[in-house]
Design a protein around this ligand. Structure first.
Ligand SMILES: Cc1ncc(COP(=O)(O)O)c(C=O)c1O
Length: 381
């Protein structure tokens, strides 16, 4: 493996708790070999042709069955549009629904790379305060008195980075506000299926018929990011707008060949088995990271233990700046994402995001021990 293949090439000497990738040993090579063999044995060359703009119907039907079960919601394939993953979906929606200078409301903290996509579209991000339950609706109502955003971007379930999950009453009120004030809610529900504890409230996908909501999903975290395959769930007229874009008109539907292989994974039950396995593994890793932090760093970090997702979002209690700590941490062979990366206004400097999905329990414990050494050294200065 070289850096020309992988986005992040982590040296063996470093434990990088900053990555947000699935673990290498959890990438399902055998599963995809089986699914690809099954798909190719059908003798159908259609997936090699330019595809239908909204995505292959048979794939969307299989996805609708899977999501209906996962979301406990009756979903019809006509509500689904195939994307290259959440990142590309965000980019396409910004292209079609915004003009440069428009305002986007986002949670503070928010998924840092969504901020990059909004910047690419010259959008102005306004960060809204959150608490342990996610977006504060009172703060949203206040902000709406001052300005109307084109979009509101939220990760409502097991948020990246905070792990917070928005309760049902806030979901309902958010959707009402989108109707009252005429803005589009972009619900990034990429972690919704990665629930290892209590079941979260219904996804914002369940509101697509009532409010101005598009729900974004992806196979990146439940199967493999290299597939570049995801979906947008929304009302048929909104999906029609996406399907009529120049991008889709010229290139046809996105990723029809990969979608056909993943359709086999769905139909053969392989996706469900893999997801069940991931949930078991990630639950033990979350427990391991939590235990290591309690053991090595009690009193020096504070955090709300997440139910699920990929991350622990922790505040440094000793007045340390996470970015300054990072250089020190790397010299101890450990890394993390400093909180400022998740702020649209240069704040959150005393926070760190730690991922528990990528490493096994032993490496997580080792990483936290190294982090504790780095913090002890930085605190002594
Ligand atoms: C909240 C969130 N949205 C989107 C993505 C990227 O999704 P995709 O690979 O489907 O583009 C990530 C990946 O870390 C994420 O955490």
């Amino acid at each position: 493996m070289t850096s020309q293949i992988l986005q992040s090439d982590i040296p063996a000497s470093l434990i990088d708790l900053g990555v947000g990738n699935p673990a290498p040993e959890l990438l399902p090579l055998d599963l995809l070999r089986q699914a690809a063999a099954h798909a190719l044995a059908q003798g159908d060359a259609a997936p090699l042709q330019y595809g239908f703009e909204a995505g292959d119907v048979r794939f969307r039907q299989a996805l609708a069955v899977f999501l209906s079960q996962e979301y406990s919601l009756k979903i019809d394939f006509s509500q689904l549009f195939v994307s290259n993953g959440v990142s590309q979906a965000l980019d396409l929606i910004c292209t079609l629904y915004t003009t440069p200078g428009d305002v986007v409301f986002a949670e503070e903290p928010t998924y840092f790379l969504a901020l990059r996509i909004f910047a690419d579209h010259r959008l102005r991000v306004v960060g809204l305060p959150t608490d342990e339950h996610g977006l504060r609706i009172d703060a949203l109502e206040d902000a709406l008195k001052r300005q109307r955003p084109a979009l509101l971007y939220t990760v409502p379930t097991h948020q990246n980075p905070s792990g917070a999950t928005l309760p049902l009453d806030r979901r309902r009120r958010l959707v009402e506000l989108s109707q009252e004030h005429g803005f589009l809610v972009l619900a990034d529900e990429v972690y919704h299926c990665l629930s290892y504890g209590e079941q979260p409230p219904p996804p914002l996908a369940s509101f697509v018929d009532r409010g101005a909501v598009l729900s974004l999903g992806s196979f990146s975290k439940i199967l493999a990011p290299g597939l570049r395959l995801g979906w947008i769930q929304g009302r048929a007229d909104r999906l029609q707008t996406l399907a009529q874009s120049g991008l889709l008109d010229s290139g046809g539907g996105l990723n029809p060949f990969t979608a056909t292989i993943v359709r086999s994974a769905l139909e053969l039950g392989l996706q469900q088995q893999h997801l069940d396995h991931l949930r078991r593994v990630y639950a033990t890793r979350l427990a391991a990271l939590d235990a290591a932090l309690q053991h090595h760093l009690a009193g020096q970090l504070s955090y709300q233990r997440p139910e699920s997702g990929f991350f622990i979002w922790a505040r440094l209690l000793g007045g340390l700046d996470a970015e300054q700590l990072l250089a020190n941490a790397k010299s101890h062979g450990v890394s993390f994402r400093p909180g400022v990366r998740f702020s649209s206004k240069g704040g959150l400097r005393d926070f760190v995001r730690l991922c528990f999905a990528y490493y096994d329990q032993a490496r997580l414990a080792d990483g936290v021990a190294r982090l504790a050494d780095a913090i002890a050294e930085a605190s002594a200065c």
